[in-house]
Write a protein that binds this ligand. Structure first.
Ligand code: NAD
Ligand code: ZN
Length: 372
C-alpha cells in the first residue's frame, strides 16, 4: 500500500469479493513492479495514501460471478493492465487502453493506478477482475513459464505496441530510447518482427548488457550524445524507426532532468519520413513537478523539426488485449522468452525494499516480480 512519497508498506486489507455479476476473483501467483508505479511512488501524481498498487497480475481464478460465461474456477489467467469493458466503441476497435465505459474521456482503466478507476491493484494475495470474460486471458495450466506469462499483463505487449505504432518492417532498423523493462521488451519485439539493427539507449550497465544478450546494440548515453553515436553507426542517416520507452523521469532519481530531450533525440535520430512510437509515460498533470521542465506536457518539443522531416508519431497506453493472446502463443510455442528481463523474484513482504532499489535503477534490479 502506498503511504506517501517513497513509502510503501505491506499491510492487511479486506479480501476482494464479487461486486458485479461479471467479476471473478483471482488468487495472485505473480505480480510485477512497473516503471509506471514509480511515478506514483515518487509522489509525482495525485495518488492518495492507501492505494494498493499492482497492474501486472496473473494467477488462478478462485470465484466467478453469476454472469461469467467463459472463465472457470481453477483457470490460470493473465490480466491486461487495462481494465476494459469489451463493448464500447474503443474496445470494439481494439483500443482497450481507452475504454469509454470504465473511464470516459480519459486514458481507460487500470488496476491500482491513480485516476484510472476504482480498481484495487494486484500486489496482493487476491484481485477482483471486472468484465472477466473479456479481461482474463487463459494460460496453459500448471506452473511452467510463470515469469514469461507474467510479462503478458503489460510490458511485453507494451514494448510490442511501441514498435507496432512505428509500422516497422522486416529489415529496417530502430532506436529504442530506454533500456528499462519496457525498452528491453520493445527491443525484443523489434527483433521478433525482423528488425535488422536495434539500438538500445540507456546508461545502466546491466540493462545495456541485457539488450546485448538479445542481439541489440547497446548505446551508453553516459558516454556521449546517443544521436551522434547512432548516426556514426548508420552512415549519418539514423534509424528508420524510434521508440520512446523512457517517458517522464524524476529529476535526480536515475532519470534525466529534461525529459523532452528523449523525444527530441528521436526526432533527430529517425530518418526523414520515419516514425516514432511513444510508450514512455508523460503526465498531463504533475503536482510534484519541481519546474517547467518536468513533464507537464508543455515540453520543449521540436515540432518544427518533426514537421520538416515528415515524421509520424503514435502515443499512449498500450492496448494489451490486442496483442496478449498472440504473444502468449509465441511463449507456448517456445518462440519467445520475455522473462530474460526479470532480474529479481521476491516475496510480497520484500516489496518495500524492491520498490526502493528498482526506483534507483540499481544494478541487478530491472524487472522485479513479486510472489504473494
Ligand atoms: P524505467 O522507468 O526504469 O525505464 C526507464 C529507463 O530509461 C531506465 O533504464 C533509465 O535508466 C533510462 N533513461 C533515463 N533517462 C534516459 C535518457 N535520457 N535516455 C535514454 N534512457 C534513459 O522502467 P520501465 O518499466 O521500463 O518504464 C519505462 C516507461 O514506460 C515509464 O515511463 C512507464 O511509465 C512507461 N510505461 C508505459 C506503458 C504504456 O502502456 N504506455 C506501460 C508500462 C510502462
Ligand atoms: Zn506496468
Amino acid at each position: 500500500m502506498y503511504q506517501g512519497p517513497h513509502d510503501v508498506r505491506v499491510d492487511e486489507v479486506d479480501d476482494p469479493r464479487i461486486e458485479d455479476p461479471n467479476d471473478v476473483v483471482v488468487k495472485v501467483t505473480t505480480t510485477a513492479i512497473c516503471g509506471s508505479d514509480l511515478h506514483m511512488y515518487e509522489g509525482r501524481t495525485a495518488a492518495e495514501p492507501g492505494i494498493v498498487f499492482g497492474h501486472e497480475n496473473m494467477g488462478t481464478v478462485v470465484e466467478t460471478g453469476p454472469g461469467v460465461v467463459n472463465i472457470k474456477v481453477g483457470d490460470r489467467v493473465s490480466m491486461p493492465f487495462n481494465v476494459a469493458c469489451g463493448f464500447c466503441r474503443n474496445c470494439r476497435e481494439q483500443k482497450t487502453g481507452f475504454c469509454l465505459t470504465v473511464n470516459p474521456g480519459f486514458a481507460g482503466g487500470a488496476y491500482g493506478y491513480v485516476s484510472m478507476g476504482p480498481y484495487r491493484g494486484g500486489q496482493a494475495e487476491y484481485l477482483r477482475v471486472p468484465f472477466a470474460d473479456f479481461n482474463c486471458l487463459r494460460l496453459p495450466p500448471g506452473t511452467e513459464h510463470e515469469n514469461d506469462y507474467a510479462m503478458l499483463a503489460d510490458i511485453f505487449p507494451t514494448g510490442y505496441h511501441g514498435v507496432a505504432m512505428t509500422g516497422l518492417r522486416p529489415g529496417e532498423n530502430i532506436t529504442v530510447m530506454g533500456g528499462g523493462p519496457v525498452g528491453l521488451m520493445a527491443a525484443y519485439s523489434a527483433v521478433l518482427m525482423g528488425a535488422a539493427e536495434v539500438y538500445v539507449v540507456d546508461r545502466v550497465p546491466d540493462r545495456l548488457r541485457l539488450a546485448e544478450s538479445i542481439g541489440a546494440i547497446p548505446v551508453d548515453f553516459g558516454k556521449g550524445d546517443p544521436v551522434e553515436q547512432i548516426k556514426e553507426q548508420t552512415d549519418g542517416v539514423g534509424t528508420d524507426r524510434g521508440v520512446d520507452a523512457v517517458g517522464y523521469q524524476a529529476t535526480g532519481k536515475g532519470g534525466e532532468e529534461q525529459p523532452a530531450s528523449v523525444l527530441n533525440s528521436l526526432v533527430e535520430v529517425v530518418r526523414p519520413t520515419g516514425s516514432i512510437g511513444v510508450v514512455g509515460l508523460y503526465l498531463a498533470e504533475d503536482p510534484g513537478a519541481p519546474d517547467e521542465h518536468s513533464g507537464r506536457g508543455e515540453l520543449l518539443f521540436k515540432v518544427g523539426k518533426f514537421f520538416e522531416k515528415g515524421l509520424r508519431m503514435g502515443t499512449g497506453q498500450a492496448n494489451v488485449k490486442s496483442y496478449n493472446e498472440y504473444l502468449r502463443n509465441l511463449i507456448m510455442a517456445g518462440r519467445a522468452e520475455p522473462s530474460f528481463v526479470v532480474s529479481k523474484e521476491v516475496p510480497l513482504d520484500a516489496a518495500p525494499e524492491a520498490y526502493q532499489r528498482f526506483d534507483r535503477r540499481e544494478e541487478g534490479w530491472s524487472k522485479v516480480v513479486l510472489k504473494p
